[in-house]
Design a protein around this ligand. Structure first.
Ligand code: PLP
Length: 474
């Protein structure tokens, strides 16, 4: 039996010639032909394969024959199948440079790249409010004066700063005015502006930081020559009584990242008192302040003293980290230095995007989206807790009252092997150790930091199932 098929370029985006020949029936022949096309590099990583029905029609085989062949090659790691984007050649399916007859080694799951992304940090990208954002964009473009398409003001568009003033006061308890807000591209950009190298820097170290946090932010500060001093954490958040000669402190007061609790009210006032007594400043990273589930809202620390706190937020969790839009709410004395650090023109945050966000907030779409996502993430979190209670009751889940991630507490000595076991199950995630300051005076114990927001809805059950298989037994 020899049959061949040359597909049209429109169908898969690349010419593909398949020869169905050799022993073992058509299913086996199709598997061999597709595997060979991937292995030889004729089908490049990422190429979309034709739907079952059309390939079956072209080859004159049954639809199930194609479905079975695809499924086999997905299991072997040559192809990937994802709802909504069809079957594609796997990104890791590299052409083999061995002799044609060498048996193919099927890579174990942990070498095939993660199937489930449970890393903390990202919202559900499939839930981006495309229609509402497009409507805001259209309205914003229609209403924008011509000067909006010239060089941008480094403070950000007035429309956006006004919208944020109202929104942050209402939703986060931030006390400010549009003149005190500077638009930026997110928290990381704010850090760069505040601690820019050389004379460009607005603030200087040493900077107190929580003993656990994002290493990306620590690296960014180290690259700017800022010395960070880790503050121990306990169940009430950062032990701010340990602050001394630092010139500033960076905190995540609404939801300590990554361990999960709010900063205790007494520590909130204590850190403000420290800043007043030392002429220092508190940087408030309000990265997921909108997502709270069980407890009463935790307002922004900035509300306690707008002259001592720089409040920083972005849409990275609430809408998308791809937009690169954020804001700094500044004490008066820092406004001009931050604007000077930004330069004469806006060079980071797209002005049309700023106008769209202003419309998105003023029209109520932002509130609606946040409310909808809060409900969705709360359901995700509840499911995580329920599945663990049923299948791994010995694993305690903490940090779940807010945010988009939880911490699964593990017995001493098991975190590393659990992270490895997760990789074997095709899961990408981090252990608590990945967030620990290298000079941390304490350890927050062992555990897995599980981001439950980013996995698409249809893949969540499988991700939780794989997670349970990776956890150490009782
Ligand atoms: C602790 C923390 N801070 C801030 C951010 C936001 O960073 P950016 O605004 O630069 O995207 C994140 C991630 O979304 C985060 O995990």
């Amino acid at each position: 039996m020899t049959e061949s098929w040359v597909n049209s370029a429109e169908r898969v985006g690349a010419d593909l010639h398949l020869e169905l020949s050799g022993p073992g029936g058509r299913r086996a022949a199709l598997i061999r032909a597709l595997r060979e096309a991937v292995r030889s590099g004729r089908l490049a990583p990422g190429t979309r394969l034709p739907p079952y029905r059309s390939l079956a029609a072209d080859l004159g085989v049954a639809r199930n024959t194609v479905a079975d062949a695809y499924a086999e090659l997905v299991a072997e790691g040559w192809l990937t199948a994802r709802q909504g984007s069809g079957t594609r050649v796997a990104e890791r399916a590299e052409p083999l440079r061995r002799a044609a007859r060498t048996p193919v080694r099927v890579p174990p799951p942990h070498e095939r790249g993660p199937r489930h992304d449970l890393r903390q940090g990202a919202p559900d990208a499939s839930a981006f409010p495309r229609a509402a954002w497009a409507a805001s964009y259209r309205r914003a473009l229609r209403a924008a004066p011509s000067e909006a398409f010239g060089p941008g003001d480094p403070a950000g568009r007035r429309e956006l700063r006004e919208a944020l003033t109202e929104y942050l006061a209402r939703a986060r308890g931030v006390r400010t005015q549009p003149e005190r807000i500077v638009v930026c591209s997110g928290f990381a950009h704010a850090l760069r502006l505040l601690f820019g190298q050389g004379a460009g820097g607005v603030l200087r170290g040493p900077l107190g930081v929580e003993a656990y946090g994002l290493d990306f932010h620590r690296e960014l500060l180290a690259a700017a020559g800022v010395r960070t001093v880790p503050l121990p954490l306990d169940e009430h958040g950062a032990r701010v009584a340990g602050l001394g000669r630092e010139r500033a402190v960076l905190l995540t007061p609404a939801h300590q990242f990554p361990t999960g609790g709010p900063l205790h009210p007494e520590r909130r006032t204590a850190v403000i008192d420290w800043a007043r007594s030392r002429d220092a400043v508190v940087l408030e990273d309000d990265y997921d302040g909108e997502f709270r589930y069980d407890r009463r809202p935790v307002g922004a620390l900035q509300g306690l003293d707008p002259e001592r706190v720089i409040h920083i937020g972005s849409v990275s969790k609430s809408l998308s980290p791809a937009l690169r839009l954020g804001w700094m709410v500044l004490p008066e004395r820092y406004v001009d230095p931050v604007l000077a650090a930004k330069g004469e023109r806006e060079a980071w945050a797209s002005v049309p995007d700023q106008l769209a966000l202003a419309d998105f907030v003023v029209s109520g779409s932002y509130d609606r989206h946040v409310r909808r996502m809060r409900q969705r993430y709360r359901r995700r979190r509840d499911r995580l807790v329920a599945v663990l209670a049923a299948r791994a009751p010995h694993v305690e889940v903490t940090g779940i009252a807010a945010g988009l991630h939880a911490v699964l507490r593990l017995p001493p000595g098991t975190e590393r092997s659990a992270v490895k076991a997760a990789a074997w199950q095709g899961i990408a995630l981090d252990g608590l150790a990945a967030f620990r300051h290298p000079r941390s005076p304490m350890t927050a114990g062992e555990g897995l930091v599980v981001g439950y927001a980013a996995t698409a809805e249809h893949a969540y059950a499988a991700a939780l199932d794989a997670l349970c298989r990776a956890l150490p037994p009782e």
